[in-house]
Write a protein that binds this ligand. Structure first.
Ligand code: ZN
Length: 605
């Protein structure tokens, strides 16, 4: 292979400063100017993050320093002065540990290339080289291919005492889709179908590493069984054990961030399994099965699609379902978690206002930027999307007598749009933004007299209430709604419709539900709650008072609002259902029994 025309070097000479030193060597230039552009976001995390704000000390040089100036917030224009080969160099401050940003400290460097690698305008399709110059003893884990011959690519590290590892990328899109974890992490590996899978774990907590690796392998095998094959040559799981929670999918890797103490007890560990399963499922759904706006991307601006519910909602549906089918969660526990998700959506008034398609489209300004009013006006395409996927799956199983399922739709989409050889993931065709998903459903399950068309119109384009009773009934399950709080018999508890948060010694109203009595009585988010019927309260005391009252009682709440004392009279309402059990009907028919077992992956004794 020839030396690529563009080479990136990411150096970490002083990790404690949180500064990456980046050099880009560009050859083959013939124009008098070259524009260098840094992405404003990274795929999979749909928010403009303005990565350019962390760039400092930009410089360009050939034989001597070259003039340059900024021409946009994310763009640097360099005068080449006739040189065919130039270098630019800058530093990037990286002190934000999330899956979609970059971090560098004395223990490791984690970088998303969108935050550190400017592209050369007009040359995004070229093969690239990436050198990682890191302290002695650090190793780099990434989805990028190792450089085939170090001799051709190697030069001395950018600064002394660093050790160089070299990679290649087929183009800029691949570079952006392959974050790098570099440090003294623990590295585990296993094989499935002869393909290497690696887990690079940075940080320690209460994890059982051997179990974590074994369970991850089980998840990989279960998903391979669903799709038939693994569409990559190597896969890398990057795990950060620190604080927080999040995951980001890539074509042949994923980065997951978990609280270091979140691996015990068992129910906390389930969350890790769900996250591993979720990000891994994206290997197929989003990375290879995708709509056109989801790659190749415009890295400078919002990329709009109404289909994130298919990408993220369907993935969220399968993440725990496949953990269940992998045998890593009991059917009972799965149904408990499913019931909790139904409760969560049904307690968001925004479900009547925002459709799945609208939620997808507006993710750039809503889902990633939640505020105290979000639950009143919007829904998550993850949460509602997963429940719609559930109901669609059960509807297909019911209407085809158990012969077809959403699994078949996914397999069909993968065959039609995903590859078989998924290496050049953007070379494959994309699902039509308008109607493409419905078309695949009908191709698998039949048109059913327009039943699926109506389903999409009502629940995906529209905001009709989801018909859980019908859908879950297909699997022989019925819904038993109730209340979390202990009440006498089945009586509804007295309810205000606010949530509170603690700020030091103060109790602050965090949100006010638009369908609750406090909203109508004029309680505001950010009010500081002082008293309930004249007696001081905090959040726990408020709950205790409410438990002693009945719907219809009128109470007086006292607040500081913007430092002014306010009394508000509220007539308590009957609380909405906030607990749900999914129970098998008795008797159930043969089709319900078949659907129940096949859907949950239970082998009949
Ligand atoms: Zn996802």
């Amino acid at each position: 292979m020839n030396q690529p025309g563009i080479t990136y070097t990411i150096a970490m000479p002083e990790p404690h400063t949180h500064l990456y030193v980046v050099q880009i060597d560009i050859t083959g230039l013939s124009e008098p100017f070259v524009d260098m552009i840094l992405p404003s976001w990274t795929p999979g995390s749909y928010l403009i993050r303005e990565y350019a704000r962390h760039v400092q000390e930009f410089a360009a040089f050939a034989a001597a320093a070259l003039p340059w100036r900024k021409v946009a917030k994310d763009a640097w224009c360099v005068e080449t002065d006739g040189a065919a080969r130039i270098s630019v160099r800058y530093k990037v401050y990286a002190h934000e540990l999330t899956v979609r940003t970059s971090h560098l400290d004395g223990t490791h460097g984690y970088f998303n290339n969108a935050t550190v690698c400017m592209y050369v305008a007009g040359r995004m399709a070229e093969p690239l080289a990436l050198h990682v110059d890191a302290p002695e003893g650090w190793q780099a884990a990434t989805g990028l291919n190792d450089a085939p011959t170090d001799r051709l690519l190697a030069g001395p590290p950018l600064t002394p005492k660093l050790r160089r590892t070299s990679f290649i990328a087929r183009d800029y899109d691949e570079l952006i889709d392959c974050p790098v974890e570099c440090g003294a992490h623990r590295l585990f590996s296993f094989e499935v179908d002869g393909i290497e899978h690696r887990l690079a774990i940075w940080g320690r907590g209460n994890e059982d590493a051997a179990r974590l690796v074994a369970d991850t392998k089980r998840i990989v095998e279960t998903q391979r069984d669903m799709f038939g094959s693994l569409p990559y040559r190597r896969y890398t799981f990057i795990l950060h054990l620190s604080k927080g929670y999040g995951g980001l999918e890539h074509r042949n890797s994923a980065t997951n961030l978990l609280d270091r103490w979140s691996f015990q007890p068992e129910q906390a560990y389930e969350r890790f399994l769900g996250l591993q399963s979720h990000e891994f499922f994206h290997v197929w759904n989003v990375k290879r099965i995708r709509v056109a706006p989801l790659g190749p991307f415009d890295y400078r601006a919002e990329n709009y699609t109404r289909q994130l519910w298919t990408m993220e909602g369907v993935t969220s549906y399968y993440d725990e379902l496949l953990v269940r089918r992998a045998g890593l969660m009991t059917p009972e526990r799965y149904l408990e978690k499913l019931a909790d998700e139904i409760v969560r959506l049904q307690n968001q008034p925004g479900r009547a206002l925002q459709s799945l398609e609208q939620s997808s489209f507006d993710t750039w300004i809503k889902l990633y930027r939640p505020d105290e009013n979000s639950a009143n006006t919007s829904i998550s395409y993850y949460l509602k999307g997963s429940l719609v996927a559930l109901l669609l799956d059960l509807e297909i199983r019911h209407r085809t007598g158990g012969e077809r399922s959403l699994d078949d739709v996914l397999r069909r989409l993968y065959t039609a749009y995903g590859g078989p050889d998924g290496d050049d993931i953007y070379a494959t065709p994309t699902i039509a933004e308008e109607g493409g998903y419905l078309e695949a459903v009908e191709a698998v399950a039949g048109a059913a007299d327009g039943a699926y068309r109506e389903f999409f119109a009502r629940y995906i384009a529209g905001t009709d209430e989801l018909d859980y009773a019908r859908g879950l009934g297909h699997a022989g399950l019925q819904l038993e709604w109730g209340y979390r709080a202990a009440t006498s018999g089945d009586a509804a508890p007295a309810w205000l419709g606010i949530t509170c948060k603690r700020e030091g010694e103060r109790t602050i109203v965090a949100s006010v539900r638009s369908d609750g009595p406090a909203y109508n009585a004029g309680v505001y988010a950010n009010d500081e709650l002082l008293a309930f019927d004249g007696f001081r309260v905090d959040e726990a005391r408020l709950d205790a008072h409410l438990a002693e009252r009945a719907p219809g009682d009128t109470v007086t709440l006292t607040f500081f609002r913007d430092d002014v004392l306010v009394h508000t009279s509220v007539t308590l309402a009957a609380g909405p259902y906030d607990a749900l059990r999914l129970v098998r009907v008795d008797p159930y028919d043969a089709l319900q029994d078949r659907i129940y077992h096949e859907w949950l992956g239970i082998t009949k004794q």
